[in-house]
Design a protein around this ligand. Structure first.
Ligand code: TXD
Length: 308
């Protein structure tokens, strides 16, 4: 019996999620959107291409929440994306009302699902989903740090001309300009990057990581990054579905960890069949702690604007 994956939001990221989830046979895929025909058209196109990939995953489009019934995994991209000049926080008001609607639909139709929230402003959206749905914290997580860490991994690999496979990086905190790339924990095959790259270049890569989302928005002009966010969320979904015990930076509900209580913030966690199975508390030096606390304060300020 194949698993069932519901994708709430059939836009740029939703389309890549559907295609990759089905073509990797992670499960049967239901692509949901409020726009009539959009999810159905995308799903039909992907399904017709299946023989070329050899997948037997079913791919369907839906405009009714009843069609996501019994989903094992729900990935949420519903909401507006940024345009040039917009911050992620500018999306709060519009996407907040969308997220409340989505949370009710998922709560009522897929009450046992593991939920990955992607919509921005991420830290506020995942918090909203948790509050409205009432799902347990291990089954509600935000996709952000894994993408930010992946972007930094790419910049390090390009700088040194090494395989991306041998680069690790860790970015914690809120998913915005206050995110905290932990340079001390970035390595190439275990070698700290401080032994391989000058401090000046490391600072430039850290700044590029913080601005990486905006850099793509500025180039696309009509929307934001969609392939790397989709691939990041699929790593998380696969870790859950295949009980892989992967360690990612994700927006998790902290209840005392890192001195944070009652907020979703990007922290390293172990992801497996139990969802967010545990949060790993890594040591932060005084500078890193200061940056992390400033990032948490920004998330706090954003969340105070939410009325559930
Ligand atoms: O790292 C991250 N978390 C970010 C997240 C990385 C990149 C993009 N980030 C955010 O994801 C972005 O700022 C947006 O808030 C979401 C989705 O981005 P995407 O690029 O996929 O946006 P699109 O292409 O506009 O798709 C959004 C879809 C669109 O088809 C709408 O019709 C649909 O959402 N939508 C809804 N679906 C379901 N239910 C409701 N109410 C609804 N409203 C709009």
């Amino acid at each position: 019996m194949r698993k069932k994956i519901a994708l709430i939001g059939g836009g740029n990221i939703g389309g890549v999620l559907a295609e990759q989830a089905a073509y990797r046979e992670l499960g049967d895929v239901v692509l949901f959107d409020v726009v009539e025909g959009l999810p159905q058209g995308k799903a039909l196109d992907m399904a017709e291409g299946a023989p070329l990939v050899g997948t037997d995953s079913k791919i369907s489009g839906a405009n009714e929440y009843a069609d996501i019934a019994g989903s094992d995994v729900v990935i949420i991209t519903a909401g507006l994306a940024r345009k040039p000049g917009m911050s992620r926080d500018d999306l709060l008001k519009t996407n907040l009302s969308i997220m409340k609607q989505v949370a009710e639909g998922v709560r009522d139709n897929a009450p046992d699902a593991f939920v990955i929230v992607i919509s921005n402003p991420l830290d506020a959206m995942v918090y909203t989903f948790k509050e409205v749905s009432g799902f347990p914290k291990h089954r509600v997580v935000g996709m952000a740090g894994i993408l930010d860490s992946t972007r930094l991994r790419s910049f390090i690999a390009w700088e040194l001309g090494v395989s991306v496979k041998d680069v690790t990086a860790l970015v914690l905190g809120g998913h915005g300009d206050t995110m905290v790339p932990l340079v001390r924990y970035c390595t190439v095959a275990g070698v700290p990057i401080s032994q391989l790259i000058s401090p000046e270049r490391i600072d430039e890569m850290v700044e590029r990581t913080k601005g990486a989302g905006g850099e793509v928005v500025g180039l696309l002009k009509t929307g934001s990054a969609f392939v790397s966010p989709a691939l990041s969320a699929l790593e998380m979904a696969e870790a859950y579905l295949r009980d892989k015990k992967r360690v990612f930076a994700c927006a998790c509900l902290c209840e005392g960890e890192y001195g944070v209580d009652g907020l979703y913030v990007g922290v390293p966690c172990v992801m497996g069949a139990g969802g967010v199975e545990r949060i790993l508390e890594v040591e932060l030096d005084s500078d890193e702690r200061k940056l992390f606390e400033a990032s948490v304060d920004h998330v706090k300020e954003l969340v105070t604007q939410i009325e559930i």
